[in-house]
Ligand binder design. Structure first.
Ligand SMILES: O=C(CO)[C@@H](O)[C@H](O)COP(=O)(O)O
Ligand SMILES: [Fe+2]
Length: 220
């Protein structure tokens, strides 16, 4: 049976009570914390850096999935690896030497994922899929939480799932942006197995996770 994981994007949490929010996420049964790193250049927003990630790592039992939305991502790999990242995803659009960048992440013994923006075709990933531990499909334009899901992202997930089985590969497929209880089932049916949720989750963490487990038929 394929295990479907729920990743909590803390971008939508109340940062004034971050420690309590993280504890609630852990207690609710989420599988990982998803940390959105924005530099104000690759995306029009700024969030947190490696020092804050390190502090989150010191209080969290959950693995940290770091989503880098930055220019020059190669500069940041070592810093976020040392801060305690369990996985790092880098945008295909952010580095022309993607193969080298993915290898740099893997040398740190952490999961290496590649991410694509809504306007990027998954076909451009064909020659990197042999090397990655996962793909993150952005289903909104990166930079902000609370946006509307872009429907054609489903086709990309289907493409990546088909490519995986056809070529006998083993990578996770993440979906990130505009995910809610109404579209999760379709995303899983298309082949996504790591579901990243921000604003919909933080409306009521326990209630959301309970319904998510029902949908994915996993008893906590
Ligand atoms: O990477 C991003 C946004 O750039 C995401 O991780 C969002 O934070 C997800 O938030 P929702 O769309 O679920 O509110
Ligand atoms: Fe993200």
């Amino acid at each position: 049976m394929i295990q479907i994981k729920l990743l909590a994007s803390i971008l939508s949490c109340n940062f004034l009570r971050l420690e309590n929010e993280i504890k609630e996420i852990q207690d609710s049964g989420c599988d990982m914390l998803h940390l959105d790193i924005m530099d104000g250049h690759f995306v029009p927003n700024i969030t947190i850096g490696p020092d804050i990630v390190k502090q989150i790592h010191s209080i969290s039992n959950l693995a940290l999935d770091v989503h880098l939305m930055v220019e020059n991502p190669s500069f940041w790999i070592e810093k976020f690896a040392n801060a305690g990242a369990y996985s790092i995803s880098v945008h295909q659009e952010a580095d022309i030497h993607l193969n080298r960048l993915i290898n740099t992440i893997k040398e740190k013994k952490i999961r290496a994922l590649v991410s694509i923006n809504p306007a990027t075709s998954p076909i451009v990933l064909d020659y990197i899929l042999d090397y990655v531990d996962g793909v993150l499909v952005m289903s909104v334009n990166p930079g902000f939480g609370g946006q509307k899901f872009i429907e054609n992202s489903l086709r990309k997930i289907e493409y990546l799932a088909k490519y995986k089985y056809t070529n006998n590969l083993d990578y996770v497929i993440q979906v990130d942006g505009g995910v809610n209880l109404n579209n999760i089932k379709n995303l899983i049916d298309a082949g996504a197995n790591e579901i990243i949720v921000g604003s919909a989750l933080f409306k009521n963490i326990h209630e959301f996770v309970r319904k998510f487990k029902e949908l994915t038929r996993i008893v906590v």
